[in-house]
Design a protein around this ligand. Structure first.
Ligand code: SF4
Length: 439
C-alpha cells in the first residue's frame, strides 16, 4: 500500500523548521530541474487603511522566504509568487502592490530574482471541472511545472478548516469563486474545493502554522502562536494531517471526504506516514465557527445581550466572501444599534438558498441571489431588497434603516479599517512578532 509522507516540525527560526519539514517529507523532490515553480501564499484580504490583518490569517513572509531559499539552493530559478487578494473596489491594483511591498515580496524579488504577480492583472483560462461546470484559473499557475501551496493552518466557518485545497480558491477568478458557493447541494462549496488540485500541475504543501486561528478564516477569529510547520508532496495528506492538528477529524471535513472518496484514500490517516513531531504533541482544538443560539436566529453573543425583534439566520455555504463581508458589518452594526427596545420582527436572509419564515413582518434580502430567489415569495409581508452582486454597503445601511434598525453608517463606510480594530488586541504581546511578516 502507498504510504504518503507528511512531516511535522516545530518552528524555531535558527533550526530551519521549513527546510527540515521539506527534506523529511520529500516535498520538493519531484520538482523538475529547470522547472517553473509557482508559490501560492494565502493573503485573504488586505487594506492600506490600517494595520493589515495577519496573525493566523495570512501566510508569514518568513515561511515564504525559507521556501524561496530552499528552492534557490536546489538550483531552481524560475519562481513566481502569485495571489488573488479580495478586492473591495473593482480594478484596484494598488492594494495587492501595497501588500507585496509591506510583506517584503518585492525585496525577495530583488534578492532572489523571482516574480510576484497579482492574478487579477494576468489572464485566466477556463477549465472544465466535470459536473462542477467550468472555472477560470490563473494561467501562470496552470503553466507552471510545480506548485508549492503555502496556506495557513487555520479553521474556516464554512468548511471547518482552510488549508491547501481551499487555498486554491485564490487562483480562480471572481465569477468562479461565486460559482464555488453553489446552491446546488450536489456541487456545493466542499465538492468544488475537492476538485481544485486535480486540474493543476503537481503540487506540494507547506502549511504555515507559526500562527493559527480559531473561528477563521479572517481577522475576526482568535489567533494563537503555535509554531508548527507541516509539509508533504501530497495535498490531500497534508490537509488531513492539518485538520487533525487543529482538532478536526478528516471525516468531519466534507471536502476531505469528497477527495478521499475520489482518490480512494483512507480518512483515518492509515495510509499516511507522519515524520518528525507526533500529532498528539502538536494537536490542539481550534473552534471553527462563532456559536449561534439554539434556533439559529442570532449569534449567541447577540442573543445573550438580549437583542430582540431581529432574526439574522446563520449563514450557509452558499454565502460568498463578498456577501459575508457585508454580513459581518450588518451583524456588528445591529449589535451596536441595540438600545433595549425590540425591533419590529425583522428577518435577514443571506446566501442563495434561504427562504422567508411565514409571519415575519419585514424581510431583508441580502444580495442579488436572495432577491432573485425570494422577491416574489408570498410568505413575505414587507419586502426590503439589498440588490447587487456584491451588494453595496450603503444599500445595506438604507435597508436596515428602512426596517427600523438605526445602524451607524460609519461602520459600513470604514470597512477597510475593521482589521485594525481586531488586530489591536494582539498589540504589545511579544509572541505576536511583526517581523514574521517582513523581509
Ligand atoms: S449576491 Fe452575494 S451570494 Fe450571490 S453571487 Fe453575489 S456575492 Fe455571492
Amino acid at each position: 500500500m502507498t504510504r504518503y509522507k507528511v512531516a511535522i516540525t516545530r518552528y524555531a527560526h535558527d533550526a530551519d523548521a521549513v527546510k527540515r519539514a521539506v527534506d523529511l517529507s520529500g516535498a520538493f523532490e519531484k520538482i523538475p530541474r529547470g522547472g517553473k515553480v509557482f508559490i501560492k501564499p494565502n493573503i485573504v484580504f488586505w487594506t492600506k487603511e490600517t494595520v493589515f490583518p495577519k496573525w493566523g490569517v495570512i501566510t508569514t513572509s518568513r515561511v515564504i522566504e525559507e521556501i524561496v531559499s530552499c528552492l534557490k539552493d536546489m538550483g531552481i530559478h524560475h519562481i513566481t509568487i502569485g495571489e488573488g487578494i479580495i478586492r473591495l473596489k473593482h480594478n484596484d491594483s494598488e492594494t495587492s502592490k501595497h501588500a507585496y511591498e509591506q510583506l517584503g515580496y518585492y525585496n525577495l524579488a530583488k534578492r532572489y530574482g523571482i516574480k510576484c504577480i497579482d492574478i487579477f492583472e494576468r489572464p485566466f483560462r477556463k477549465i472544465d471541472m466535470g459536473r462542477g461546470g467550468e472555472l477560470a484559473f490563473n494561467e501562470d499557475i496552470i503553466e507552471s511545472d510545480y506548485i508549492i501551496n503555502v496556506p495557513v493552518l487555520k479553521t474556516h466557518a464554512q468548511t471547518r478548516v482552510s488549508l491547501g485545497m481551499k487555498n486554491f480558491k485564490g487562483i480562480i477568478d471572481i465569477n468562479s469563486r461565486k460559482k464555488c458557493h453553489s446552491a446546488d447541494r450536489e456541487n456545493d462549496l466542499d465538492y468544488m474545493i475537492s476538485l481544485l488540485p486535480d486540474v493543476l500541475p503537481p503540487c506540494a504543501a507547506v502549511i504555515d502554522g507559526i500562527y493559527t486561528i480559531e473561528r477563521g478564516p479572517t481577522f475576526d477569529g482568535k489567533a494563537r502562536r503555535s509554531d508548527i510547520i507541516i509539509a508533504s508532496p501530497d495535498m490531500i495528506s497534508a490537509d488531513m494531517v492539518g485538520a487533525v492538528v487543529l482538532g478536526h477529524e478528516p471525516e468531519q471535513v466534507k471536502y476531505l471526504v469528497y477527495a478521499a472518496e475520489k482518490h480512494n484514500r483512507a480518512l483515518d490517516l492509515s495510509d499516511i506516514e507522519i515524520i518528525g513531531e507526533k500529532i498528539e504533541d502538536v494537536k490542539s482544538y481550534h473552534d471553527y465557527t462563532f456559536p449561534y443560539n439554539e434556533d439559529n436566529t442570532l449569534p449567541a453573543a447577540m442573543d445573550r445581550a438580549g437583542i430582540k425583534g431581529v432574526s439574522y439566520y446563520k449563514f450557509d455555504n452558499t454565502l460568498c466572501t463578498y456577501c459575508s463581508f457585508i454580513t459581518g458589518a450588518m451583524l456588528t452594526s445591529i449589535a451596536f444599534a441595540w438600545k433595549g427596545k425590540a425591533w419590529d420582527d425583522v428577518e435577514v436572509l443571506t446566501g442563495k438558498i434561504m427562504k422567508p419564515l411565514k409571519g415575519k413582518k419585514k424581510t431583508i434580502l441580502l444580495g442579488k441571489c436572495m432577491c432573485s430567489l425570494n422577491r416574489d415569495n408570498p410568505d413575505i409581508n414587507e419586502l426590503i431588497e439589498i440588490k447587487g452582486c456584491p451588494p453595496k454597503p450603503e444599500d445595506a445601511v438604507k435597508a436596515l434603516h428602512r426596517a427600523g434598525i438605526e445602524v451607524d453608517p460609519a461602520i459600513f463606510e470604514n470597512l477597510d479599517k475593521a482589521p485594525g480594530f481586531f488586530m489591536s488586541k494582539y498589540k504589545d504581546k511579544p509572541e505576536f512578532d511583526e517581523s514574521f511578516y517582513r523581509i
